[in-house]
Design a binder for this molecule. Structure first.
Ligand SMILES: N[C@@H](CCC(=O)N[C@@H](CS)C(=O)NCC(=O)O)C(=O)O
Length: 82
C-alpha cells in the first residue's frame, strides 16, 4: 500500500485515549499528518468539519473521507495505508 499523497488531518486533543490510539497507528504506519487541536471545552472546530462533537476525527482528502470513531479510523488507515 502507498503513502497518502495529500496530508491527513486528525482532530484531537492530548489526554484523549481514543486520539492516542489513532496517533500511535499513524506513527506505526509512518504516516505524516496534521494534528488539529480541539479544545475539549469548545468542540465547534470538530463539529464544523464532521457534524458531531466527538474526537478523534480523521480527514483524508485522498479518499474524500471525514470520519469519527477510532476503530473505524484505524481500519481505514490499515486498509488504505497498511
Ligand atoms: N467511540 C469513540 C469514543 C470517542 C470519545 O468518547 N472521545 C471523547 C474524548 S476522549 C469525546 O470526544 N467525548 C465527547 C465529549 O466529551 O463530549 C471512539 O472510539 O472514537
Amino acid at each position: 500500500m502507498s503513502k497518502p499523497d495529500e496530508m491527513l488531518e486528525l482532530y484531537q486533543f492530548e489526554g484523549c485515549p481514543y486520539c492516542s490510539k489513532v496517533r500511535q497507528k499513524m506513527t506505526d504506519l509512518g504516516i505524516d499528518f496534521i494534528a488539529r487541536a480541539v479544545d475539549p471545552n469548545d468542540r465547534s472546530r470538530v463539529e464544523e468539519v464532521s457534524g458531531q462533537t466527538n474526537v478523534p476525527v480523521l480527514v483524508d482528502p485522498n479518499t474524500d473521507t471525514t470520519m469519527p470513531e477510532s476503530d473505524d479510523i484505524v481500519d481505514h488507515l490499515e486498509q488504505h495505508y497498511g
